[in-house]
Design a binder for this molecule. Sequence first.
Ligand SMILES: Nc1ncnc2c1ncn2[C@@H]1O[C@H](COP(=O)(O)OP(=O)(O)O)[C@@H](O)[C@H]1O
Ligand SMILES: [Mg+2]
Length: 593
Amino acid sequence: MKQAKKTEGETDRGARDVRPWDTISLSPRQRQILSLLRAGKANKEIAHELGIGIGTVKQHLVTLFKKLGVSNRSMAISKSHAIEGLPIDGPVPLDAKTDGAPAAPSLLERRPVAVLSLEVLVTDGIASADLLRDLYRIYAEVAFDFGAVFLSHRGGRCDMIFGIRQVRRYDAPRALRAAVAVSEAMKSRHGDTVFIRGGLAYGYVFASTDSDGEWTGEAIGGTAIATARALVGRAQPGSVGLAPKAQATIADLGLDTSNGIPAIVPLNREFRWRRLMSPPPLALRGRIVEIQALRKRIMHLKSGNGGFSIIDGESGMGKTALAHVLAITANKESITNEAWLCAIPDSQPGSASLGRLERSDSHDVETVEDFCRRFAHPPADAPHLLIIEDAHLLPRDDLLQLIELGMRLNETSVLLAIVYRGRINADKHQIDAGSIIRPGHLPDDVATEIIEDHLGPGHPGTTWVRNMARGVPNFLTRLAAYVEHEDQVDGPGRVPTSELFVLVAERIEAHNLDRRLLYGVARHSKKIEIPALQEHWVGMTDEFEPTLKQAIEAGVLTLTRGRRGKPDSVEISHPLVKWVFSAAFASQDRAFG
Ligand SMILES: Nc1ncnc2c1ncn2[C@@H]1O[C@H](COP(=O)(O)OP(=O)(O)O)[C@@H](O)[C@H]1O
Ligand SMILES: [Mg+2]
């Protein structure tokens, strides 16, 4: 058996069979065949997939085995896993396990992530070994606490990658909070001669993941990592430099300082983001019934009748837009009003901001407790409107306090309006169902109006946007903005912006569904019959059905019953979800291309 030349420092143990990928240099065709071998394909299937004869496949295999220094296909498969840097392939069928190949090879996923690079600076000399050991321990602890993938580098440097396992909308500000946590821990142990500085970038990376979305360690990379590292050297001690995309993401979350999103964030607890209430739409379309109900409520308030009102529903349905209508109507009727936003629990670089209300038009901050106390004995005279935006962000006890307050305001001239993402259970809280406004999906004609507001009439992307958005206002406006900056409108194949990706993935990933199952479905542009899906299933045989059932029950997959003896099939329910998943897994099929 021909062996690769040992490189310096390489030990004999096990290393002799491992050749770096580049010294083996397989042709694209050989890589394709190796990938199909890894996918457990027989010679006949390989021939079929590549459109070549069986004889040719056999010839290729002889050369491939020779190059790998192996004598049969199972050796080739296990060898392929030992080669560093070998591109990652798709699922392997269950029986491949008995073939000596690792059970479940990785998926290569495109993930929107926040990347934080950190390093330590010691003002009076070189960091001691003790200090560095301490630093790496703190890095690892903080990365663990935040669920970040942690990569350590020499010289007190590291990268933390947020969003591999699970996308979180607030990953960029969470990363800053992690940086503050590291900085505070180091300062408390080593005093003021030690400084942390860092870089924060945001964007897509490619990462190898398992069915839970955990990083498998085979591949992780993307320009966001390089960007974050490049920023570190330019940051002042005790601060984190933000890449433009990181700034844009934070702005998109509705976070702000009084001076916009800074390019440099100081690592101290005093630093705070202010939440902004998203601006009202250019024109509010198709909400005539809801607006009428709100207007009626304001007129009622004007004649001295306060009480409780709720606007609830899924994210992006236009709840905030309706809250704006409420405030504007109140202004027109000269009713004083105040809007309060709920702090996002894990978005502040400093300490936790749970249960804090922030006044939308000033710097005022109040706890829910103080807020409720202030209106415990409301003045009986002039009508007054209170709006609480995104009350779902509050701890449960605080929310209950607000609901209680709302119920008590019935006899007063104060109206409390709560905007809540999700569904408030009216029965459970004994809330009059009539006081809940729940904006629904918009019909096609209204959807078209919204698209036209953004793109003008007759834009070629109109149909695509309308079909993808399925009547959700936020999807309509975001997708319209997306095609506005894209001249080509051809549907799938295009990559969603990371903001769109996060918007969609965050909702799906909360269900903790099996990634490989979703990949199996997403790679088909149409419905896939369940037996065909099962054929590529890499988990335990008896786990296939419950896993599939879970995805169907979560509403992520739609089941279609087979007719005339045909098997049942599934597909991804929402076109936007399908788009996002195909973009996430697109590299899979191209890995060997
Ligand atoms: N009826 C509507 N007509 C036009 N645009 C709308 C409508 N409802 C919402 N939008 C737009 O959709 C996006 C999401 O609306 P928003 O009120 O923030 O949703 P929510 O508060 O329910 O998450 C915003 O950009 C908003 O301007
Ligand atoms: Mg909102």
